[in-house]
Design a protein. Structure first.
Length: 244
C-alpha cells in the first residue's frame, strides 16, 4: 500500500491571520507540521496543498514539497481531493491539519494500520479521552462515540453520550483522517447532508451515507493553533524539548 500525506494550508484565518507562516521556534508553523509528518514510517510521500504562493515558497525554502490548489474550495476535503485526483500512484491518503505542529508521527502510522488489516475499510480517524468537564462541554471540542468494533456511531459538538447514568467515557475527536483514495474522490462528490450542516462537521456526510469510519484511540498531545495563546503554548513545548 502506497501512502500519501497531504497537509492542506490556507493563508486566511479569522482568528490568526497568516497562521501557516507564524513562527514556531524559528520556522513557519507549516514547516514544523511537514517535518513531523515526514517522520511517519508508513508514509511514502508528504505534500502541502495550498492556495497561497507565500506558503508554497516557505515550504520549498525549507526543503519540503508543496503544490498550488484552487482558492475557491468550499471545504478542506475538496482541496484534498483536488490533489489526490492528480496523484494516481497512491492507495491511501492521510489528511494532517496544517495547524497541528505537535502531530505525533506514530499517530499517522497508527491510522494506516487498520487499512492493512481490512481491505474494505474506506476511512479512519482518531480520538483521545476527555476527563475535564469544561472541555467536555466546550462545543469547539468535537466528541465521538463508537461501537464495540471501534467504528464511529456519531460525532457531535454536544457532549455525547449524555451522562444520565455514570459509566460511559467521553472522547474528543482528533481531526486527522485517512481515506482510501477512491473513497476520498467519491466522498468529495457527495452532496452535503443535513447533520453535517447542522453540526458543521464534514465527517457526518460519510456516516449519513452509510460508510464506516474506524476510530483509533491515542493519548498523544495535540494543540491545534487557532489563537495567539495556542501559538505561545506550542512555542513553549518546542522550547522545553530543545527544538530550534
Amino acid at each position: 500500500m502506497k501512502v500519501l500525506c497531504i497537509i492542506p494550508a490556507r493563508y486566511a484565518s479569522t482568528r490568526l491571520p497568516g497562521k501557516p507562516l507564524r513562527d514556531i521556534a524559528g520556522k513557519p508553523m507549516i514547516v514544523r507540521v511537514y517535518e513531523r509528518a515526514v517522520r511517519a514510517r508508513l508514509v511514502q510521500d508528504v505534500v502541502v496543498a495550498t492556495d497561497d504562493e507565500r506558503i508554497l515558497a516557505a515550504v520549498e525554502k525549507h526543503g519540503g514539497r508543496a503544490v498550488m490548489t484552487r482558492a475557491d474550495h468550499a471545504t478542506g476535503t475538496d482541496r484534498l481531493a483536488e490533489v489526490a485526483e492528480k496523484m494516481t500512484d497512491y492507495d491511501l491518503i492521510i489528511n494532517v491539519q496544517g495547524d497541528e505542529p505537535l502531530i505525533d508521527p506514530a499517530v499517522i502510522d497508527a491510522l494506516v494500520e487498520p487499512f492493512l488489516a481490512d481491505g474494505s475499510l474506506p476511512m479512519a480517524t482518531a480520538k483521545t479521552l476527555l476527563t475535564d468537564e469544561e472541555e467536555m462541554a466546550n462545543p469547539n471540542n468535537v466528541k465521538v462515540i463508537t461501537d464495540q468494533r471501534g467504528n464511529a456511531l456519531y460525532f457531535s459538538r454536544a457532549r455525547i453520550p449524555y451522562a444520565r447514568n455514570p459509566g460511559a467515557q467521553v472522547y474528543k475527536h482528533i481531526g486527522i483522517y485517512a481515506y482510501r483514495r477512491d473513497f476520498l474522490l467519491a466522498y468529495a462528490r457527495m452532496a452535503q447532508t443535513s447533520l453535517e450542516l447542522s453540526e458543521s462537521l464534514e465527517q457526518l456526510r460519510a456516516l449519513e451515507n452509510g460508510h464506516t469510519i474506524r476510530v483509533i484511540e491515542t493519548d498523544a498531545v495535540f494543540i491545534g493553533v487557532d489563537t495567539e495563546e495556542d501559538l505561545a503554548a506550542v512555542n513553549e513545548v518546542y522550547q522545553k524539548q530543545g527544538i530550534y
